[in-house]
Every structure is written in C-alpha cells, then in structure tokens.
Ligand binder design. Structure first.
Ligand code: ZN
Length: 477
C-alpha cells in the first residue's frame, strides 16, 4: 500500500533558535589563551530567565534535586557507576570527542586535527572543574543527566562564542523519521486510546539505532537494542509498514509499568474540564503524541491541552516550531481546529536543554505546570529529573538504559515501555546510590543493579489501588 503525503504541508520557517546557519563547515579554531573559568561562569549563569525559587519550591518541594546524582560525584568514582564505566575525566573527554565527530559528520565543522580535539576536550574538562561561586565548581552544580547538555553548551561557546548557536545535528534522521511516522499514522489510524498510549511510548524507540551510530554519550549505557531501526537509504513507505508490524508485535507483551486505567479515570472520564500539560521529547515520537492527543481531545470535549516542547534545537528533540509545523499537517486537522478554538496551545518557553530540569524552568513553564490538573512527561531522563513534582504526573518512557533499569527494576535488555503515575509530591524511586549493593539476576542471567526502592516496587497501582491496574498488579515483585 502506498500513502501519498503532500510534501508542501510541512514547509515551515524554523524559529530563531533552530534556524541552521552553517552552510559551509567551519574550521575548529580554539584560541590558545582561553580562560576555562570564564566559560564555566557563563555556562553556570545560563539560562538567565528562570522561575523564582519560591515558584520552584512550590512545584517540587524543598528537598528537590533533579536527577540521580551530581556530576562531580563521578570524581570520587563511587559504586553507582556501571562496571567499566569511565571516570569523570574520561567520561567528559569521550563526550567531547563524540560531539566533535558528530559536528564534523554533518559538515558543521571541518574534520578537526588531533591537536584541536585534545585542546577542546582539555578546555571543557577544565571549565567543568573551574569554580563558579559559593566555593563550588561547575561540575558540582549540575547533575549527571545534564552533562551532555552542559558539554554541548561549553563547546558552542568555545567554537561559536554563543551557547545558543543552533546546531541541527540530526536533520537527516528527523526528516526521515517524520516521513515514516506520518505514513504509519496514515496507514494505521486506530482510535483505541490505550493502543495510542502504548504507541506513543514505544515510538520513542524508532530510529534509536541512528542515534547510536553517532556515538552520542548519554547519561548511562544502553542495554536494550532498538526493536524499530530506521535505515537512512530505504524508502520511508516501506519502512513504515515494517515498523507498524514490529511495533504491534512488540506491543503484544504490553508495557512493563502501565497505569493507563488510572489515567483513563483521572483524565478522560473525569467530569468537568481538565487542564493537561504534555511535555514532549524526541521529534519522531512527538508525531505519535500528537495523534494520541488529538484522539483524547475528540473523546473529551472539555480537555484543554498545552504542549511543552523544547525551546530551541537540542539533538533529535522537537522544538516548539516543529510541533507548530506538524499541527499544520492534514492528519492533524482536528488538532489544528482545536488550536484555533483555544483548547490547544503550544508553549514557546519550554526547556532550553535536552531534558527538563525543575531548577531551570522558565517563569512561563513553571506557571503553566502550577496551573495544570495533570502532567504527562515523555522520556526516561525527564523521569529521573522530575521526581517529586507536586502534580499528578504520568511518565511515559522506554527502559533501555542501565540507570533506567536500576530505578525501575525492569530488565533494560527487553526494551519495554512504561506509562507510570506519580502522585503529587511523591517519588517513584529512591536510593539510587546503593545500586552497587543490591544485585539481582535478569532472566538471561545478567547482573542487574537496583536502587533501594524501584518504580516497580513503588508502582501506585500495586501499592495503593491494586484493583485499578491489573497489569501492574500481576507484575508485583
Ligand atoms: Zn525552533
């Protein structure tokens, strides 16, 4: 079956923070008299426009720390690192070299010399160790989950003199992924909401093989292989049909953690208006998120939705300009109508990083969350960073990384998904640092390291209302 998609409907003008400005690769020229301490201070002060401490404490409570551990804790190399995981200096240097390789591979910079590479990685490392005030160094003020973003920001300052430099590093992958995703929806436009929720979660795994080949270093090791690879040279229509088949096959075993029944009652069947804030993650999965949201808004006429995407270009994540352009597509005509009616809005003041850090929310994003009845958050990194959010929150993510395995208690090699409720102010996992002492064997006999209390053990459907969610109850450990 071939599905025709008008190609013009997605022509859009990227926002100021996304517009690609690099038509010819530039040489990597690092001034020899760079002062790492100055970079560190610049980066530590970014973003300048953040919500007040009062607003953030009201949202997350006084004990809030975004993420599993502070980056500087790698310096002491404690037991929570994976076996063979690099120490602080090696971790940072590998990340810088991977980023430089990526920039060269997409022709933003020329192939850097060995000397330029080692100069850049030395400078980034020195900046992370430089003091930024209160007697603390930059790496003592940021979490491990943010390391990738901070390293990018330091590199942008170093190479372009500006941390807002838009670097469109994943254009090919995103363009192909979008075509495949839109075709998938055109072929299989189910309106079953649970099926759409599962697809919205699992679509986060589409094309992660391309992400892996760019050797981007994430917050922890990837254990689960992607069940839905994208091939850059293959026809999108053919790939759409292949992925539809493998996705429904993968969906048959369900999600490892599934609070859908709870969501249905709390959002879709709740009488009266409900204000939902939906935080997006990768571009490709956002296409499926829009379909999922469109069907929910059709079903519940007083559901109000605000989408909170990134504010700017961060890897393969969706920016607000991407979301606004996607809503123009004819597959989302209903959603477009709802935008005209004022039931759907796209927030332009989302995170200026490839994750969500409560400490660095813009005033507008913090106010939006404060007004929400329910929040949905996509992505495993955001799940790690938004523990304690003082709203009923549903985290939708895939368990493929070692840290996600530790905090959920779910075998990451199986690449399963989660749609997990977190009650206002609660934490779905605790005691990440003891994972070196709590070891179990996976079905395949691999050693899994678990947090003191995992999401599986803390799943609200198991602990509080077992009748609500039969899937979770069945999986009680
Ligand atoms: Zn943009």
């Amino acid at each position: 079956m071939s599905v025709q998609l008008p190609s013009t409907c997605l022509d859009w003008e990227p926002c100021r923070l996304c517009r690609r400005q690099h038509d010819t690769p530039r040489p990597l020229q690092i001034p020899l008299q760079c002062e790492p301490g100055e970079f560190a201070k610049k980066v530590a002060q970014y973003p300048a426009n953040v919500a007040s401490e009062t607003a953030i404490t009201r949202l997350f409570g006084p004990e809030y720390v975004p993420g599993t551990f502070i980056l500087a804790e790698r310096l002491t190399n404690p037991g929570f690192l994976d076996p063979g995981e690099p120490d602080f200096a090696t971790f940072i240097k590998e990340m810088v070299l991977a980023d430089l390789n990526l920039l060269a591979s997409v022709d933003i910079i020329e192939e850097p010399s060995g000397q330029a590479r080692s100069l850049a990685s030395d400078l980034v490392l020195a900046a992370l160790e430089a003091p930024v005030g209160n007697g603390r160094s930059l790496c003592e003020t940021i979490t491990n989950q943010e390391a990738t973003d901070i390293v990018w920001r330091l590199l942008k300052v170093l190479i372009f003199g500006d941390f807002n430099e838009p670097l469109y590093t994943h254009q090919r992958q995103v363009t192909l992924g979008r075509e495949v995703a839109l075709r998938m929806i055109a072929i299989d436009s189910t309106s079953d909401l649970h099926a759409l929720a599962v697809r919205s979660v699992m679509s986060g795994l589409i094309g992660t093989n391309v992400k892996e080949t760019t050797k981007l270093v994430g917050p922890s090791q990837v254990l689960g292989k992607t069940p839905f690879p994208l091939e850059l040279e293959t026809d999108p229509g053919q790939q759409a049909e292949t992925i539809i088949r493998s996705l429904s096959e993968h969906a048959r075993s369900g999600l490892a953690l599934d609070c859908w029944e709870w969501y249905r009652q709390e959002v879709l069947e709740r009488p009266g208006p409900v204000k939902l804030v939906f935080c997006t993650d990768d571009y490709v999965e956002t296409v499926f998120d829009l379909h999922f949201l469109q069907e929910q808004m059709r079903r519940k006429s007083d559901l109000q939705v605000t989408i909170l995407p990134r504010n700017g270009r961060y890897g393969n994540d969706a920016c607000h300009c991407d979301v606004s352009a996607l809503i123009q597509h004819h597959l989302f005509a209903t959603l477009h109508g709802m935008q005209d009616e004022g039931r759907l809005t796209v927030c332009k003041d989302g995170p200026v990083m490839g994750g969500i850090n409560g400490w660095k929310l813009s005033p507008a994003a913090a106010a939006l969350l404060a007004r929400a009845d329910v929040v949905v958050v996509k992505g495993a990194r955001a799940f790690e960073m938004l523990q304690g959010l003082n709203k009923p929150t549903y985290f939708a993510f895939n368990i493929v990384r070692s840290y996600t395995e530790s905090i959920t208690g779910v075998d990451a090699e199986k690449a399963q998904g989660a749609f997990l409720r977190q009650a206002p102010g609660e934490r779905r996992f605790s005691g990440f640092r003891v994972r070196g002492q709590r070891k179990i064997r996976s079905d395949k006999g691999r050693e899994m390291m678990l947090a003191e209390r995992t999401a599986l053990e803390n799943c609200p459907s198991v602990v509080q209302q077992p009748a609500l969610c039969s899937r979770c109850a069945a999986r009680r450990v």
